[in-house]
Design a protein around this ligand. Structure first.
Ligand code: UDP
Ligand code: UDP
Length: 468
């Protein structure tokens, strides 16, 4: 299916991701989907990026797709705090602010000057209100890529209509969707006027959401059918523009870095099918070393083979932090000794999608970042959730509701209080032996592949979009 219109005019889309691997990765995966349907893509990104991992990913993307029109803009205040070789990540909130400043100053002119003229613009949901007035002023259709679940989208779109004293309630009840326990909502969202709310949920008025042309989301029907239906039937918010599932976003070749991604796969080649639990907790982590030690101890106690990826707090990839602690220092000598022969522990960036697709993997101990969940769904790997922050508990609930994984609600936000190795070990043993998770996860995988097949849901959605 090609995407030029009836007069042979090329369709052209501009995209503005937000900072962070968890945002850039889904944008690039969606861009790759557009490119594979002959849509011209202009990608607008800050320079320097929030982390070096992002700039490395962008340059690999550029090498794979030289036809993409890649536009960098300088993030001035961030530049002043970062020397080119410092490898210090630019503070996240500052970066978001800089992207917004750029949008206010230069986006209108940039978008209007692109050739051929744009069919539409795709912005990140972290910068909703900063772009709407701009695209409205130049009459450019504006879609938003929501990089989280439909479940969180429902809460997000409904948020400004909720009472400010939410913490006094036990659940948030939104029409058409399962009640959301207050304990699953980030404390940052429950505090009135928190900086987090100001920066991310800068929707003082939900009706603004209805002014966008639509929201793209990395999910698919089999994963979140009830939520997608409720939002699209305007049950959550009247006058809602379409919420268009383009998921699952498929991991791409350009994401592999050099040769290092092969290392854990070689180890996995020697392990029996479905025997290994893979533990990895996102591109950044909130865990302190004490919790990481308990997790490693739990994995050893479980008796299950494991592949554990350890990162320092706020560690992004190996180039981001040169003076990091060694594995022995993080885990302690005794634990490293006990791990011998039971599992592989890595303290570096791994190619997660590749690991999840390996047949030796039988389960995933995950922080429940949304990208990780969709990658696990794509590969049919059951999840045991250890949510740390943000929307991760809500994400864990999506998995639990669709029956291919679980999490322990009594453990709260992991990292807040210490969960001991004994408990973790017991939970992993039960999880890895649960047949129903495996069956459900295989079904999810089949549905995921179907949604992305030729003529599947994603192509149908794309086709409708351009017809419009
Ligand atoms: N990731 C990876 N290797 C790592 C850690 C993370 O490839 O060692 C990738 C992972 O596959 C996913 C993204 O980084 O695509 C993390 O996104 P997610 O939404 O799961 O979590 P976040 O890091 O945003 O909390
Ligand atoms: N963040 C935070 N507390 C939260 C949620 C997020 O400090 O409760 C910070 C987090 O460290 C990250 C940024 O806000 O740098 C974006 O967080 P989110 O989990 O929404 O990112 P994503 O998973 O989408 O990358």
């Amino acid at each position: 299916m090609t995407m030029s219109d009836d007069n042979g005019v090329v369709n052209h889309v501009a995209m503005l991701p937000s900072a962070g691997m968890g945002h850039l990765t889904p944008f690039l995966r969606l861009a790759t989907f557009f490119l594979s349907h002959n849509i011209k893509v202009t990608l607008i990104t800050p320079h320097p990026t929030h982390t070096p991992s992002e700039s490395q990913l962008l340059s690999r993307f550029q090498s794979s797709f030289p036809q993409v029109n890649q536009i960098n803009f300088n993030v001035e205040s961030s530049l002043s705090t970062q020397s080119p070789n410092s490898h210090i990540a630019i503070p996240y909130f500052q970066m978001i602010d800089d992207i917004r400043t750029f949008a206010a100053k230069a986006l209108s002119h940039l978008l209007s000057s692109l050739s051929p003229p744009l069919s539409f613009f795709v912005s990140d949901y972290f910068m909703l209100s900063s772009v709407l007035s701009i695209t409205q002023s130049i009459s450019l259709p504006n879609y938003v890529l929501f990089t989280s679940s439909a479940s969180f989208f429902a809460l997000f779109s409904y948020f400004s209509t909720l009472p400010s004293s939410l913490s006094e309630h036990e659940t948030v009840e939104i029409q058409g969707i399962p009640p959301i326990p207050i304990s699953s909502i980030s404390p940052y969202l429950l505090v009135p006027n928190s900086i987090f709310k100001k920066v991310f949920i800068f929707i003082e008025d939900s009706s603004q959401i209805t002014k966008f042309d639509g929201f793209f989301i990395n999910t698919f029907e089999a994963l979140e059918q009830q939520l997608l239906e409720a939002v699209n039937a305007s049950k959550v918010l009247p006058g809602m523009p379409p919420l268009l599932p383009f998921g699952p976003f498929v991991p791409c070749e350009f994401e592999k870095e050099g040769d290092q991604w092969r290392k854990p796969l070689k180890w996995l080649d020697d392990q029996p099918r479905g025997s290994v639990v893979f533990a990895n907790f996102g591109s950044t982590t909130e865990f302190g070393w004490d919790q990481i030690r308990e997790i490693a101890d739990g994995l050893v106690r479980s008796g299950i083979r494991f592949l554990l990826v350890v990162k320092d707090k706020k560690y992004f990839n190996e180039d981001d932090k040169k003076e990091e602690a060694g594995l022995q220092e993080v885990l302690g000598y005794e634990l490293v000794d006990r791990i011998r022969d039971k599992g592989l522990v890595m303290k570096e960036w791994v190619y997660q999608s590749g690991i999840l697709s390996h047949e030796a993997i039988g389960g995933f101990l995950s922080h429940c970042g949304w990208n990780s969940i969709v990658e696990a769904a794509w590969n049919g790997v059951p999840i045991f959730g250890l949510p740390q922050r943000g929307v991760q508990k809500m994400n864990a609930e999506v998995v639990e509701r669709s029956g291919w994984g679980t999490w322990n609600k009594n453990w709260g936000w992991i990292g807040e209080c210490l969960v001991k190795g004994e408990e973790i070990g017991d939970a992993i043993k039960v999880f890895m032996n649960k047949e129903s998770f495996k069956i459900k996860a295989s079904k999810i995988k089949v549905a995921a592949r179907k949604a992305r097949s030729v003529g599947g849901d994603c192509e149908v959605t794309l086709h409708k979009l351009f017809k419009k």
